[in-house]
Design a protein around this ligand. Structure first.
Ligand SMILES: [Zn+2]
Length: 612
């Protein structure tokens, strides 16, 4: 079988076509190896098959089983470090296929044998330590190529609680067809007791979903196929032309009765193929079955018999993973929705100056996605706005199109700001007017699982230094300030900000002085000029208001509640020049937040007061 695999799209800007034998799945050869190493698996397999063979076909709608998923991206900061958007797309295809969703490929089959598997996959929201996650672990390793089970130990969550999917650049094909490309492989449910720490699915990054860095010939269905193994299904060509009669279909071949036997794996989309003629009745092959090897746009069904088999095996080998208790631990409700999580303990106002030697322990993360030789975003300890530290992408080395590098902030609780505003400084130069770099700022309130595009800055606007073919290092006056109003998101209690640079023949870029606070208004300025203070705050009874008055003027100071109702008039008179201390008795007030409103002839401001 020859297939075109599209690789390295973003690095070269054009398709690099490679013609190699594609072996869709290495599950069978990996299973043979496993049985050699752990003979007990054979008994477990027999036990599973026996249970499945006794299960009656059920059409009844059962409860949907939701399965928490974790993706482990083993990457070298290369194209295999696929985006969250692409991972979300992979989950979309998986759920459409498993749920036979109307209006999708998965729901397109009119074959009466087609089954809704009543299984859905959800990215985990809590990790094994109970901490928030977007369900994705990104592990930098030089072993992202030629991966096998050994790479799984780089990142693994308890397989009894999470469906582990490892995403790598390429998969080792030892034992397979020489020179072939393996797209994925899985472990069966009956291997879990012997091989717990490798349980799950290994996938090539270019088979995930149908967008960005993908080989479109499979349309994301390799993951559907591998997840099919993971719930207990064999290939329909298991054993060749056997198990084709009503008396042996449950004990031979794929041990499913409504999938006719297939002699060898199907390629392309030969809809009238009939590779075995000894089945009774003699039916054509079910080439549209996800568990065969047809092209992605050909496959669109699991059968009712396959669902019956999985339904019988899962409660005996994987029941914990979709239990309500386990879903709760993964941050998912029994109905598949996400549970609200507590606010981040990192509170706004928040400032970060990138003056550390590394990002370790800061809560900031690199999500570079680049080509060999690129530097991506890194802490730069020589260039900075005020002190010598910034986040920099030495982008001039990236004279390739569409390289996408990103970094993200810790999760921040911004709910105590009335007018939350994100501001940062950037310094950037173009090579020439054709430089098409762009910086995009995304925000998320669910740990990056989904994002909102808050701002796009194109190269012309971003340019703060003169066009140059030499590497750009900004002078102190070559920084631009950007502000983004976060008021629409002021209820975000786990705000994450992600900066993504899409490179297109530009020069270096630096980001510094990241702040989430409230804008300095005229009122704030006035407050500073008056050296206004209120202490203690929070107050238990008596507090002092202290300020400096630079001219004789009328001043009114009122205490108001959060509804704007005046509670107490503190001052309302002509106040002479000089320093003043005024006692404020709040003994009679209920505990809570109040506002001290100060009006002078120059303007007004408000100061928050807590009464305990
Ligand atoms: Zn397979």
């Amino acid at each position: 079988m020859k297939k075109k695999i599209f690789l390295a799209v973003a690095c070269l800007g054009t398709f690099w076509v490679q013609s190699q034998v594609v072996v869709k799945c290495a599950t069978d050869e990996m299973f043979l190896e496993s049985v050699k190493q752990f003979p007990a698996i054979q008994l477990e397999e027999q036990r599973a098959n026996e249970i499945a063979s006794k299960a009656p076909i059920q059409n009844k709608k059962a409860t949907i089983r939701y399965i928490p998923v974790v993706f482990h991206i083993i990457h070298k900061f290369g194209l295999e470090n696929i985006s969250q958007t692409q991972l979300n797309d992979a989950i979309r295809v998986l759920n459409e296929d498993f749920r036979k969703l109307v209006g999708t490929n998965g729901g397109s089959s009119t074959d009466p044998l087609t089954a809704d598997f009543e299984i859905e996959f959800r990215l985990a929201q809590l990790n094994p330590n109970g901490l928030p996650t977007n369900g994705v672990n990104r592990i930098y390793s030089l072993n992202a190529d030629n991966a096998r089970d050994a790479q799984k130990s780089l990142s693994y969550w308890d397989a009894r609680k999470y469906f582990n999917v490892w995403v790598v650049n390429t998969i080792n094909n030892t034992g397979g067809t020489p020179g072939s490309i393996v797209l994925g492989y899985a472990q069966f449910p009956f291997q879990i007791n012997s091989q717990t720490s490798t349980d799950g699915v290994m996938m090539r990054a270019d088979q995930m979903g149908v967008i960005e860095n993908v080989d479109v010939s499979q349309l994301g269905r390799t993951l559907t196929h591998e997840a099919g193994h993971w719930v207990g299904l064999y290939h329909p060509f298991q054993g060749g032309c056997v198990g084709g009669t009503s008396s042996n279909c449950l004990s031979q071949g794929d041990q499913v009765c409504d999938t006719p036997p297939v002699s060898t794996a199907t390629t392309g989309c030969p809809t009238s193929r009939n590779s075995c003629t000894n089945d009774v009745p003699n039916l054509p092959d079910l080439v549209k079955n996800y568990m065969d090897y047809a092209d992605g746009n050909c496959m669109n069904m699991f059968t009712k018999g396959q669902k019956t088999r999985a339904d019988a095996i899962l409660p005996n080998f994987r029941s914990n993973i979709y239990s309500t208790t386990n879903l709760t631990a993964a941050g998912i409700n029994a109905d598949g929705t996400y549970r609200p999580l507590p606010s981040s303990n990192v509170k706004a106002p928040y400032y970060f100056g990138f003056n550390q030697a590394s990002l370790a322990g800061t809560g900031w993360n690199l999500e570079n996605y680049m080509c060999p030789g690129d530097s991506g975003w890194q802490i730069n300890n020589t260039v900075g706005l005020v002190s010598s530290g910034s986040m920099a992408a030495l982008n001039i080395k990236t004279w390739r199109t569409n390289v996408r590098n990103a970094f993200s902030s810790p999760n921040l609780d911004i709910t105590n700001l009335a007018a939350p505003t994100l501001s940062f400084y950037a310094a950037y130069a173009r090579r020439s007017s054709v430089s098409g770099d762009r910086l995009r700022v995304f925000i998320s309130n669910n740990f990056g699982r989904t994002e909102i595009l808050a701002r796009t800055i194109l190269s012309a606007e971003m340019s703060s230094g003169a066009n140059s073919l030499d590497p750009f290092t900004p002078a102190s006056n070559e920084w631009k300030k950007y502000t983004i109003d976060l008021s629409p998101y002021k209820n975000f209690n786990n705000l994450r900000v992600r900066f993504e640079l899409q490179s297109l023949r530009g020069n270096n870029i630096y980001i510094d002085d990241f702040r989430i606070d409230e804008p300095t208004s005229l009122g704030e300025q006035l407050k500073r000029e008056m050296q206004f203070q209120l202490f203690p705050n929070p107050s238990k009874g008596l507090s002092t208001i202290s300020f400096s008055n630079e001219q004789n003027q009328s001043i009114a100071i009122d205490l108001i509640d959060l509804q704007g109702k005046k509670i107490l008039n503190i001052v309302n008179r002509l106040v002479e020049v000089g320093n003043h201390d005024i006692e404020l008795d709040v003994n009679n007030l209920q505990s809570g937040i109040y506002l001290v409103q100060v009006k002078t002839e120059k303007g007004m401001f408000i100061h928050k007061m807590w009464v305990e």
